[in-house]
Design a protein around this ligand. Structure first.
Ligand code: CA
Length: 219
């Protein structure tokens, strides 16, 4: 999965990161304090954290130290306005996987996010298949019986989420959470709308509705 936790207290930078990452198909959650960063980074909800060092309350280095002392292996890319060598060295010593100095280009950040998600532990699959549908996770493209089909970034993440759990029912809440991020309105019908888009593009029989429970990819 491609869930990114953004810990950044400057609203303008947080919005810039969130907008760009979402457009690239990532699911994002923004937190603006060190305490929230440490709390949200607990467990397996995210695949990567972008961590600003200058956070209110508890700074990014303290968050990182706390994370690594708990044994959390979550990849962390540190953002710092301070180009000071000691900060970078301390960050890397504390277990940061990479760092970027502000100002940075979004393309560079994206390249580093991709690289960090690529080198995680076990080799990740590069394609997922379900019946005639194939999802290319590197190029972020979909095909049906060898014919490429155009999906939006969000549609792709939804298809990917279902394809990663073949035959398993995922509830609307789970899909909202995994595809649209935690803060989304649970009363929304956006999941049903997007399931409709995917059925139109990938085939009507691909995704089954399990009444009262959710959706699953046809086994
Ligand atoms: Ca800051």
């Amino acid at each position: 999965m491609n869930r990114v936790l953004i810990a950044e207290d400057e609203p303008r930078i947080a919005a810039f990161l969130e907008k760009g990452l979402r457009a690239a198909g990532y699911v994002t959650t923004v937190v603006a304090s060190g305490v929230d960063a440490a709390g949200y980074a607990r467990g397996a909800d995210f695949d990567l954290m972008i961590l600003d060092l200058g956070l209110p309350g508890q700074d990014g280095l303290a968050v990182l130290a706390q994370l690594r002392s708990r044994g959390e292996r979550l990849p962390v890319i540190v953002l710092t306005a301070r180009d000071a060598v000691p900060d970078r060295v301390t960050g890397l010593d504390l277990g940061a996987d990479d760092y970027l100095t502000k100002p940075f280009s979004f393309e560079e950040l994206l390249a580093r996010v991709r690289a960090r998600l690529r080198d995680r532990g076990e080799p990740a699959p590069t394609t997922l298949a379900a019946g005639p549908v194939r999802l290319d996770l590197i190029r972020r493209t979909a095909s049906v019986a060898g014919q490429e089909v155009e999906l939006t970034a969000r549609e792709f993440v939804l298809a990917e989420t279902l394809a990663r759990h073949p035959g398993q029912v995922l509830s609307r809440e789970q899909l909202l959470d995994r595809v649209w991020g935690l803060a989304h309105d649970p009363g929304s019908n956006v999941v049903d709308v997007y399931i409709g888009y995917l059925r139109r593009k990938l085939g009507a029989d691909l995704i089954q509705t399990v009444r009262g429970m959710g959706y699953r990819l046809a086994p």
